[in-house]
Design a protein around this ligand. Structure first.
Ligand SMILES: *Cc1c(COP(=O)(O)O)cnc(C)c1O
Length: 355
Protein backbone atom coordinates (compact mmCIF):
# COMPACT_ATOMS: atom_id res chain seq x y z
CA UNK A 1 0.00 0.00 0.00
CA UNK A 2 1.08 3.51 -0.76
CA UNK A 3 0.96 6.00 2.04
CA UNK A 4 -1.11 8.69 0.37
CA UNK A 5 -0.68 11.06 3.28
CA UNK A 6 2.66 11.77 1.66
CA UNK A 7 1.68 13.79 -1.36
CA UNK A 8 4.28 16.50 -1.69
CA UNK A 9 2.84 19.78 -2.87
CA UNK A 10 4.73 22.47 -4.75
CA UNK A 11 2.48 25.44 -5.41
CA UNK A 12 2.79 27.62 -8.48
CA UNK A 13 4.22 31.10 -8.12
CA UNK A 14 2.49 32.24 -11.31
CA UNK A 15 -1.20 31.41 -11.17
CA UNK A 16 -2.98 31.82 -14.50
CA UNK A 17 -6.36 32.08 -12.83
CA UNK A 18 -6.77 35.86 -13.14
CA UNK A 19 -5.91 35.74 -16.87
CA UNK A 20 -8.53 33.10 -17.62
CA UNK A 21 -11.83 34.13 -19.15
CA UNK A 22 -14.39 31.79 -17.61
CA UNK A 23 -17.21 33.24 -19.68
CA UNK A 24 -15.58 32.13 -22.90
CA UNK A 25 -14.33 28.60 -22.35
CA UNK A 26 -13.51 26.23 -25.14
CA UNK A 27 -13.32 22.48 -24.56
CA UNK A 28 -9.82 21.46 -23.54
CA UNK A 29 -7.90 24.64 -24.36
CA UNK A 30 -7.04 25.99 -20.87
CA UNK A 31 -5.38 24.09 -18.01
CA UNK A 32 -5.49 24.90 -14.33
CA UNK A 33 -2.43 25.70 -12.25
CA UNK A 34 -1.35 22.28 -10.94
CA UNK A 35 -1.05 18.64 -11.84
CA UNK A 36 -0.71 15.41 -9.87
CA UNK A 37 2.15 13.10 -10.81
CA UNK A 38 3.43 9.72 -9.70
CA UNK A 39 6.00 7.29 -11.04
CA UNK A 40 6.11 3.54 -11.47
CA UNK A 41 9.48 1.85 -11.15
CA UNK A 42 10.87 -1.27 -9.49
CA UNK A 43 7.34 -2.69 -9.73
CA UNK A 44 5.69 -0.07 -7.55
CA UNK A 45 4.13 3.37 -7.64
CA UNK A 46 5.77 6.17 -5.69
CA UNK A 47 6.86 9.81 -5.71
CA UNK A 48 3.30 11.14 -5.31
CA UNK A 49 3.41 14.88 -5.84
CA UNK A 50 1.45 17.91 -6.95
CA UNK A 51 3.49 20.38 -8.99
CA UNK A 52 2.77 23.43 -11.18
CA UNK A 53 1.32 22.45 -14.59
CA UNK A 54 4.37 22.18 -16.80
CA UNK A 55 5.91 20.55 -19.85
CA UNK A 56 7.34 17.03 -19.67
CA UNK A 57 10.85 16.46 -20.89
CA UNK A 58 11.67 13.06 -22.38
CA UNK A 59 14.16 11.16 -24.49
CA UNK A 60 13.28 10.74 -28.18
CA UNK A 61 13.65 6.99 -27.49
CA UNK A 62 10.86 7.00 -24.91
CA UNK A 63 8.75 3.93 -25.50
CA UNK A 64 5.32 5.63 -25.63
CA UNK A 65 6.34 7.81 -28.59
CA UNK A 66 6.94 4.72 -30.73
CA UNK A 67 4.54 2.01 -29.65
CA UNK A 68 1.69 3.91 -28.09
CA UNK A 69 1.51 2.34 -24.64
CA UNK A 70 -0.69 5.09 -23.23
CA UNK A 71 -4.15 5.21 -21.68
CA UNK A 72 -6.39 7.91 -20.29
CA UNK A 73 -9.65 8.73 -18.58
CA UNK A 74 -11.99 11.72 -18.69
CA UNK A 75 -14.24 12.74 -15.82
CA UNK A 76 -15.78 15.91 -14.46
CA UNK A 77 -15.96 17.87 -11.22
CA UNK A 78 -18.83 20.26 -10.53
CA UNK A 79 -19.34 22.95 -7.95
CA UNK A 80 -22.55 22.50 -5.94
CA UNK A 81 -24.60 25.48 -4.77
CA UNK A 82 -23.26 25.05 -1.20
CA UNK A 83 -19.66 25.21 -2.46
CA UNK A 84 -18.93 21.46 -2.18
CA UNK A 85 -17.05 19.87 -5.07
CA UNK A 86 -18.87 16.96 -6.69
CA UNK A 87 -17.07 14.30 -8.70
CA UNK A 88 -19.16 11.98 -10.87
CA UNK A 89 -18.41 8.26 -10.39
CA UNK A 90 -14.63 8.66 -9.93
CA UNK A 91 -14.20 5.08 -8.70
CA UNK A 92 -15.81 3.69 -11.84
CA UNK A 93 -13.33 5.71 -13.87
CA UNK A 94 -10.55 4.20 -11.75
CA UNK A 95 -11.80 0.67 -12.43
CA UNK A 96 -11.97 1.36 -16.15
CA UNK A 97 -8.47 2.84 -16.16
CA UNK A 98 -7.22 -0.39 -14.60
CA UNK A 99 -9.02 -2.45 -17.25
CA UNK A 100 -7.30 -0.39 -19.92
CA UNK A 101 -3.99 -0.81 -18.08
CA UNK A 102 -4.33 -4.57 -18.00
CA UNK A 103 -5.06 -4.83 -21.73
CA UNK A 104 -2.12 -2.57 -22.62
CA UNK A 105 0.21 -4.50 -20.29
CA UNK A 106 0.58 -1.52 -17.97
CA UNK A 107 0.57 -1.52 -14.15
CA UNK A 108 -2.72 -1.04 -12.33
CA UNK A 109 -3.21 1.92 -10.02
CA UNK A 110 -3.94 1.70 -6.36
CA UNK A 111 -7.41 3.12 -5.70
CA UNK A 112 -6.39 5.27 -2.74
CA UNK A 113 -3.40 6.85 -4.52
CA UNK A 114 -5.62 7.69 -7.50
CA UNK A 115 -8.44 9.10 -5.39
CA UNK A 116 -6.31 11.05 -2.95
CA UNK A 117 -4.18 12.45 -5.74
CA UNK A 118 -7.28 13.70 -7.52
CA UNK A 119 -8.88 14.98 -4.31
CA UNK A 120 -5.82 16.99 -3.24
CA UNK A 121 -5.39 18.36 -6.76
CA UNK A 122 -8.96 19.56 -6.98
CA UNK A 123 -8.90 21.04 -3.50
CA UNK A 124 -5.81 23.03 -4.44
CA UNK A 125 -7.29 24.20 -7.76
CA UNK A 126 -10.88 24.50 -6.56
CA UNK A 127 -11.10 28.11 -7.77
CA UNK A 128 -10.72 26.70 -11.30
CA UNK A 129 -14.09 24.91 -11.19
CA UNK A 130 -16.40 27.13 -13.23
CA UNK A 131 -19.86 27.83 -11.87
CA UNK A 132 -21.36 29.10 -15.11
CA UNK A 133 -24.30 26.93 -16.20
CA UNK A 134 -23.21 23.90 -18.23
CA UNK A 135 -19.56 24.36 -17.24
CA UNK A 136 -17.35 22.06 -15.16
CA UNK A 137 -13.76 21.10 -14.48
CA UNK A 138 -12.68 18.29 -16.78
CA UNK A 139 -10.10 15.92 -15.28
CA UNK A 140 -7.69 14.12 -17.54
CA UNK A 141 -5.86 11.26 -15.79
CA UNK A 142 -3.43 9.43 -18.05
CA UNK A 143 -0.53 6.99 -17.94
CA UNK A 144 2.29 6.39 -20.37
CA UNK A 145 5.30 4.13 -20.87
CA UNK A 146 8.43 6.05 -19.94
CA UNK A 147 11.29 3.59 -20.57
CA UNK A 148 14.07 4.91 -22.77
CA UNK A 149 14.22 1.89 -25.04
CA UNK A 150 13.12 1.20 -28.60
CA UNK A 151 12.60 -2.56 -28.54
CA UNK A 152 8.95 -3.65 -28.64
CA UNK A 153 8.14 -4.81 -25.13
CA UNK A 154 6.16 -3.54 -22.18
CA UNK A 155 7.93 -0.66 -20.50
CA UNK A 156 9.20 -1.22 -16.97
CA UNK A 157 8.59 2.40 -15.93
CA UNK A 158 5.47 4.55 -16.27
CA UNK A 159 4.19 7.97 -15.34
CA UNK A 160 0.68 8.72 -14.16
CA UNK A 161 -0.43 12.33 -14.41
CA UNK A 162 -3.71 14.11 -13.76
CA UNK A 163 -4.29 17.63 -14.99
CA UNK A 164 -7.52 19.56 -15.20
CA UNK A 165 -9.22 21.94 -17.58
CA UNK A 166 -12.20 24.23 -17.02
CA UNK A 167 -14.68 23.52 -19.80
CA UNK A 168 -17.96 24.67 -21.21
CA UNK A 169 -20.54 22.20 -22.50
CA UNK A 170 -18.85 20.11 -25.17
CA UNK A 171 -21.40 20.30 -27.88
CA UNK A 172 -24.45 22.44 -28.20
CA UNK A 173 -27.15 21.16 -30.45
CA UNK A 174 -27.53 18.06 -32.55
CA UNK A 175 -25.07 16.29 -34.84
CA UNK A 176 -25.23 14.86 -38.32
CA UNK A 177 -23.65 11.43 -38.59
CA UNK A 178 -22.69 9.02 -41.32
CA UNK A 179 -22.75 5.23 -41.12
CA UNK A 180 -19.23 3.91 -41.74
CA UNK A 181 -19.08 0.85 -43.98
CA UNK A 182 -15.40 0.81 -44.92
CA UNK A 183 -13.19 1.70 -41.95
CA UNK A 184 -13.51 0.23 -38.44
CA UNK A 185 -12.89 1.77 -35.04
CA UNK A 186 -12.24 -1.50 -33.25
CA UNK A 187 -12.48 -5.23 -33.78
CA UNK A 188 -13.42 -8.05 -31.42
CA UNK A 189 -10.37 -9.06 -29.44
CA UNK A 190 -8.68 -5.69 -29.97
CA UNK A 191 -8.45 -2.66 -27.71
CA UNK A 192 -11.78 -0.96 -28.44
CA UNK A 193 -12.95 -1.36 -24.85
CA UNK A 194 -9.95 0.58 -23.55
CA UNK A 195 -9.25 4.29 -23.60
CA UNK A 196 -5.87 3.89 -25.26
CA UNK A 197 -4.31 6.48 -27.53
CA UNK A 198 -4.08 4.33 -30.67
CA UNK A 199 -7.85 3.87 -30.87
CA UNK A 200 -8.30 7.59 -31.39
CA UNK A 201 -5.40 7.94 -33.82
CA UNK A 202 -7.01 5.28 -36.02
CA UNK A 203 -10.35 7.09 -36.01
CA UNK A 204 -9.02 10.43 -37.26
CA UNK A 205 -8.88 9.71 -41.00
CA UNK A 206 -12.41 8.29 -41.31
CA UNK A 207 -13.65 11.20 -39.17
CA UNK A 208 -11.90 13.67 -41.46
CA UNK A 209 -13.42 12.07 -44.57
CA UNK A 210 -16.86 12.23 -42.95
CA UNK A 211 -16.35 15.89 -42.05
CA UNK A 212 -15.50 16.66 -45.69
CA UNK A 213 -18.93 15.30 -46.61
CA UNK A 214 -20.58 17.48 -43.95
CA UNK A 215 -21.01 14.99 -41.10
CA UNK A 216 -19.62 15.73 -37.64
CA UNK A 217 -19.45 12.14 -36.51
CA UNK A 218 -19.23 8.56 -37.62
CA UNK A 219 -21.55 5.75 -36.64
CA UNK A 220 -19.18 2.81 -36.40
CA UNK A 221 -20.31 -0.63 -37.46
CA UNK A 222 -18.91 -4.06 -36.61
CA UNK A 223 -15.59 -5.06 -38.15
CA UNK A 224 -16.79 -8.35 -39.67
CA UNK A 225 -19.85 -7.39 -41.70
CA UNK A 226 -20.47 -3.65 -41.19
CA UNK A 227 -23.99 -4.73 -40.33
CA UNK A 228 -24.36 -3.93 -36.63
CA UNK A 229 -23.92 -0.62 -34.85
CA UNK A 230 -21.04 -0.19 -32.40
CA UNK A 231 -20.56 3.43 -31.25
CA UNK A 232 -20.85 6.96 -32.57
CA UNK A 233 -17.63 9.00 -32.65
CA UNK A 234 -16.30 8.69 -29.11
CA UNK A 235 -19.73 8.16 -27.61
CA UNK A 236 -21.90 5.13 -26.94
CA UNK A 237 -24.93 4.90 -29.16
CA UNK A 238 -28.60 4.54 -28.25
CA UNK A 239 -31.86 4.43 -30.21
CA UNK A 240 -35.46 4.74 -29.26
CA UNK A 241 -37.48 2.39 -31.43
CA UNK A 242 -41.18 2.42 -30.61
CA UNK A 243 -41.14 2.81 -26.85
CA UNK A 244 -37.93 0.83 -26.26
CA UNK A 245 -34.48 2.19 -25.52
CA UNK A 246 -32.09 0.00 -27.51
CA UNK A 247 -28.29 -0.01 -27.33
CA UNK A 248 -25.53 -2.35 -28.54
CA UNK A 249 -24.24 -4.73 -25.84
CA UNK A 250 -20.77 -4.28 -24.34
CA UNK A 251 -18.00 -6.27 -25.99
CA UNK A 252 -14.24 -6.06 -26.46
CA UNK A 253 -14.81 -3.55 -29.27
CA UNK A 254 -17.12 -1.19 -27.36
CA UNK A 255 -16.05 1.21 -24.64
CA UNK A 256 -18.08 0.68 -21.45
CA UNK A 257 -19.23 4.27 -21.03
CA UNK A 258 -20.08 5.44 -17.54
CA UNK A 259 -22.67 7.77 -19.05
CA UNK A 260 -24.09 4.77 -20.94
CA UNK A 261 -24.43 2.84 -17.70
CA UNK A 262 -25.94 5.86 -15.89
CA UNK A 263 -28.51 6.44 -18.64
CA UNK A 264 -29.52 2.77 -18.73
CA UNK A 265 -29.80 2.69 -14.94
CA UNK A 266 -32.01 5.79 -14.86
CA UNK A 267 -34.22 4.59 -17.71
CA UNK A 268 -34.75 1.18 -16.07
CA UNK A 269 -35.51 2.89 -12.77
CA UNK A 270 -38.22 4.92 -14.51
CA UNK A 271 -39.78 1.77 -15.94
CA UNK A 272 -38.62 2.39 -19.51
CA UNK A 273 -38.14 -0.77 -21.56
CA UNK A 274 -34.39 -1.17 -22.13
CA UNK A 275 -32.72 -3.65 -24.45
CA UNK A 276 -28.96 -4.24 -24.66
CA UNK A 277 -28.61 -6.25 -27.84
CA UNK A 278 -27.14 -6.10 -31.31
CA UNK A 279 -28.81 -3.43 -33.42
CA UNK A 280 -28.47 -3.80 -37.15
CA UNK A 281 -28.34 -0.97 -39.66
CA UNK A 282 -31.23 -2.70 -41.46
CA UNK A 283 -33.39 -2.61 -38.35
CA UNK A 284 -32.82 1.11 -37.85
CA UNK A 285 -33.45 1.94 -41.52
CA UNK A 286 -36.69 -0.10 -41.40
CA UNK A 287 -37.75 1.61 -38.17
CA UNK A 288 -37.09 4.96 -39.83
CA UNK A 289 -39.18 3.96 -42.85
CA UNK A 290 -42.13 2.76 -40.78
CA UNK A 291 -41.98 5.75 -38.43
CA UNK A 292 -40.97 3.94 -35.23
CA UNK A 293 -37.46 5.41 -35.01
CA UNK A 294 -38.12 8.16 -32.48
CA UNK A 295 -34.63 9.08 -31.44
CA UNK A 296 -30.92 8.34 -31.80
CA UNK A 297 -28.25 9.80 -29.55
CA UNK A 298 -24.71 9.41 -28.29
CA UNK A 299 -23.71 9.35 -24.62
CA UNK A 300 -20.45 10.39 -22.99
CA UNK A 301 -18.91 12.45 -20.21
CA UNK A 302 -18.10 15.45 -22.40
CA UNK A 303 -21.68 16.18 -23.47
CA UNK A 304 -23.85 13.68 -21.48
CA UNK A 305 -26.33 13.22 -24.37
CA UNK A 306 -25.83 14.39 -27.94
CA UNK A 307 -28.87 13.96 -30.12
CA UNK A 308 -28.45 12.93 -33.73
CA UNK A 309 -30.42 14.96 -36.25
CA UNK A 310 -29.48 13.15 -39.46
CA UNK A 311 -28.09 9.71 -40.25
CA UNK A 312 -26.52 9.23 -43.65
CA UNK A 313 -26.56 5.69 -45.01
CA UNK A 314 -25.03 4.97 -48.41
CA UNK A 315 -25.67 8.49 -49.62
CA UNK A 316 -29.22 8.91 -48.30
CA UNK A 317 -30.05 11.17 -45.36
CA UNK A 318 -32.49 9.86 -42.74
CA UNK A 319 -33.82 12.98 -41.00
CA UNK A 320 -34.93 12.27 -37.44
CA UNK A 321 -37.74 13.97 -35.49
CA UNK A 322 -37.01 17.44 -34.02
CA UNK A 323 -35.18 17.70 -30.69
CA UNK A 324 -38.22 19.08 -28.91
CA UNK A 325 -40.17 15.88 -29.63
CA UNK A 326 -37.55 13.69 -27.99
CA UNK A 327 -39.05 13.59 -24.54
CA UNK A 328 -37.13 10.69 -23.09
CA UNK A 329 -33.60 11.75 -24.07
CA UNK A 330 -34.30 15.35 -23.04
CA UNK A 331 -35.56 14.12 -19.69
CA UNK A 332 -32.64 11.72 -19.18
CA UNK A 333 -30.15 14.44 -20.05
CA UNK A 334 -31.65 16.84 -17.52
CA UNK A 335 -32.01 14.22 -14.80
CA UNK A 336 -28.40 13.11 -15.10
CA UNK A 337 -27.06 16.66 -15.19
CA UNK A 338 -29.13 17.51 -12.10
CA UNK A 339 -27.58 14.57 -10.24
CA UNK A 340 -24.07 15.64 -11.31
CA UNK A 341 -24.71 19.16 -10.00
CA UNK A 342 -26.17 17.96 -6.71
CA UNK A 343 -29.61 19.34 -7.62
CA UNK A 344 -31.35 15.97 -7.55
CA UNK A 345 -31.23 13.02 -5.17
CA UNK A 346 -28.19 10.79 -5.67
CA UNK A 347 -30.13 7.57 -5.44
CA UNK A 348 -27.41 5.37 -6.92
CA UNK A 349 -24.44 6.70 -4.96
CA UNK A 350 -22.72 8.21 -8.00
CA UNK A 351 -21.46 11.41 -6.38
CA UNK A 352 -18.15 11.68 -4.54
CA UNK A 353 -18.30 14.82 -2.44
CA UNK A 354 -15.29 16.92 -1.47
CA UNK A 355 -16.08 19.45 1.28
C1 LIG B 1 -14.88 7.79 -23.32
C2 LIG B 1 -15.63 7.11 -24.39
C3 LIG B 1 -17.01 6.89 -24.31
C4 LIG B 1 -17.88 7.47 -23.23
O1 LIG B 1 -17.54 7.04 -21.95
P1 LIG B 1 -18.05 7.86 -20.69
O2 LIG B 1 -17.54 7.07 -19.54
O3 LIG B 1 -19.51 7.89 -20.75
O4 LIG B 1 -17.43 9.21 -20.79
C5 LIG B 1 -17.62 6.15 -25.32
N1 LIG B 1 -16.91 5.66 -26.36
C6 LIG B 1 -15.57 5.87 -26.47
C7 LIG B 1 -14.86 5.30 -27.64
C8 LIG B 1 -14.90 6.61 -25.50
O5 LIG B 1 -13.60 6.84 -25.64
Amino acid sequence: MINTQNIEIEKTKHSKLSQTDFTNLEFGAVYSDHMFVMDYKDKQWGGLRIVPFQNISMSPATSVLHYGQTIFEGLKAYRADNGDILLFRPLDHHKRLNKSAKRLCMPELDESAYLEGITELIKLDRAWIPNQPGCSLYLRPFMYASDEFIGVKPSSTYKFIVFTSPVAGYYKGTVKVIIETEYVRAAEGGTGFTKSGGNYAASLLPAKLAAEKGYQQIMWTDSKEHKYFEESGTMNLMFIIGDTLVTPPLSTSILAGITRDSILTLAKDWGVKVEERRVSVDEVVKAYENGTLKDAFGTGTAATITQISTINYKGTDLVLPGEETRELSNKLNKALNDIKLGKAEDKFGWIYRIK
